[in-house]
Ligand binder design. Structure first.
Ligand code: FES
Ligand SMILES: [Fe+2]
Length: 347
């Protein structure tokens, strides 16, 4: 890779990888009758619910003179700008210019719209890429939709690149050190080697000589249109019913220096066991989990943005390296497609 391509790929990845469905907020944040603003991968977006409760998402930009649509009002299924009332629908089409009868702007579609779906109490949007500009079918992690898991959606904002959060998920070994004082992650040995196994949807990075004790493996999914981590934390008997505590983690870019970390805390329980798990989680475990996440946040926010240029990786970082290769491959494909598009446009 030439230095120029390397820099272009890095720049694009820092802004936010497209061609993916990203969770952008909790479902409860998009209320009926009220637009909700979000910055995602450097793009200002606005979300709202129509009369049936379906979420829509377009650029947060009024096509008339550029005011933020998120300052406006929801009118039935559409969103009206507060400034002069110009109204757009969920496809980014102007449906009404109330101040001017039969205005020629009506029917034009000047705004980019984003496909929006909900799963696991969160809203996801499809962030397009040059090679896949149209949204792909929405297939979230099965734990969020198959009804067999009780899931809690947790979302937080961290002041570091989403790339650092993804690296963190591909690095199970950090748990034995960073989280050594925690309720669930205090067990096991502090030395090991790591094994990497490719899967159809990504790869698994796991400890060679320890399984089922601590955060001993991470499944990184990222070959398709979702990029997330799946990991299990074995639970001591005192932590209630169900098997291991599963975490599904996403990192959604806000801008180069900030991201939303999404974690679904999942347990495979149903009926009465599900009730007792929910109670236990709310009453005792939730605070401990935030404490563990806080340790990750402090560590990741301490890493300089350009640390990648002088880091010294060793065998345990094979998951981090594989994840980065996966992301670079995608980024190169997106940049090549956008270059080809630019060529076609200039003839
Ligand atoms: S700027 Fe939005 S209607 Fe004029
Ligand atoms: Fe961690």
């Amino acid at each position: 890779m030439t230095q120029a391509i390397h820099d272009a790929v890095d720049d694009y990845l820092n802004k936010g990888l497209g061609g993916l469905w990203h969770p952008v907020c909790k479902s409860v944040q998009v209320k009926a009758n009220k637009p909700f603003a979000r910055l995602i991968a450097g793009e200002r977006l606005v979300l709202w619910r129509d009369t049936k409760g379906k979420v829509h998402c377009v650029e947060d930009y009024c096509p008339h003179r550029g005011a933020k649509l998120s300052l406006g009002e929801v009118h039935e299924d559409n969103l009206a700008c507060r400034y002069h009332g110009v109204t757009v629908d969920g496809t980014g089409t102007i449906v009404r210019v109330p101040a001017m009868p039969e205005c020629a702007l009506e029917g034009r579609r000047p705004l980019t719209s984003y496909a929006a779906e909900e799963a696991g109490d969160a809203v996801f949007i499809y962030l397009p890429s040059a090679d896949q500009p149209e949204p792909t079918p929405f297939n979230p992690p099965e734990e969020l939709i198959n009804g067999e898991w009780e899931v809690f959606c947790c979302m937080t904002q961290w002041d570091c690149s989403y790339r650092l959060s993804l690296d963190n998920g591909a690095d199970p070994m950090h748990a034995s050190y960073l989280h050594a004082d925690s309720f669930t992650l205090a067990y096991g040995s502090k030395q090991d080697t790591m094994k990497l196994t490719k899967t159809g949807d990504g790869f698994i990075i796991e400890r060679v000589s320890q399984q089922g004790v601590n955060f001993d493996y991470s499944h990184i999914v990222g070959n398709g249109d979702m990029m997330f981590m799946r990991l299990d934390i074995p639970y001591p008997d005192g932590a209630g019913p169900g098997g291991p505590f599963r975490i599904i983690g996403f990192a959604t870019p806000i801008d180069r220096d900030t991201h939303h970390s999404f974690f679904w805390r999942c347990r495979k329980v149903s009926g009465l066991a599900a009730d007792s798990w929910r109670f236990l989680y709310r009453a005792f475990l939730e605070d401990r989990h935030w404490h563990v996440l806080e340790q990750d946040r402090v560590m990741l926010e301490s890493i300089p943005v350009d640390a990648r240029k002088r880091e010294m990786l060793y065998q345990h970082d094979s998951g981090v390296s594989q994840l980065r290769r996966m992301m670079v491959r995608k980024a190169k494909a997106h940049l090549e497609a956008s270059e080809q598009m630019a060529h076609r446009e200039t003839g």
